[in-house]
Design a binder for this molecule. Structure first.
Ligand code: IMP
Ligand code: MG
Length: 183
């Protein structure tokens, strides 16, 4: 397994830039095959911003022409366990009644974040709410939700890169990796 050292921190590469790029193209094809109507894409910020940007450009290549609006959600954690409370820090400004909505998130872990967002848009009258996540950690699920489209199953380790951070660092890495220690 390839390792890189960034600012004195050793990171083991789990999903390379090339592997992610190929999977994102496949995901766009899978989502297009679901034949969404009047599609609104809602990236859940912050962690999903790079995945969403790549996925949206892949949508163009498969002929999907969605509207895009953003949601910022904070799920509060006590130690490493989600406390269960989800707050909306920024809501979408777009009407969803009767539309198909695709949430885009970085990681599906407990599922509380996505379950909360899904229930909210269903309550607002969305026609179909779908979820797309880059990484799925199925071992940590608490809420009753599965991703409709997922990039990769991820081992139960803390990952960074491709938008995801550890204490605000490492979002810029073009790959997804696991911090294994200080160099
Ligand atoms: P949950 O599914 O509600 O538990 O929330 C998943 C969210 O927790 C993701 O959207 C990430 O923002 C964050 N998260 C979970 N695991 C990791 C990780 O390994 N690295 C970085 N962020 C993570
Ligand atoms: Mg997140």
């Amino acid at each position: 397994m390839a390792q890189v050292v960034v600012d004195g921190v050793t990171i083991e590469v789990l999903f390379s830039e090339r592997k992610i790029a190929a999977r994102v193209e496949e995901l766009a094809e899978e989502i297009a095959a679901a034949n969404p109507k009047d599609l609104l894409v809602v990236p859940v910020l912050k962690g999903s911003f790079i995945f969403a940007a790549d996925l949206l450009r892949a949508f163009y290549r498969v002929g999907l022409l969605p509207e895009v609006d953003f949601m910022i959600l904070a799920s509060y954690r006590e130690a490493t366990v989600s406390s269960g409370r989800v707050d909306i820090l920024r809501d979408i400004e777009t009407q969803v009644k009767g539309r198909d909505v695709l949430f885009v998130d970085d990681i599906l872990e407990s599922g509380r974040t996505l379950a909360y967002a899904r229930d909210l848009l269903v309550a607002r009258g969305a026609n179909r709410v779908m979820t797309s996540v880059l990484l799925d950690k199925p071992g940590k699920r608490v809420a009753d939700i599965e991703a409709d489209f997922r990039g990769f199953e991820c081992p139960d380790v803390f990952v960074v890169g491709y938008g995801m951070d550890m204490a605000h660092a490492f979002r810029e890495l073009p790959f997804v990796g696991h911090v294994t220690g200080k160099a």
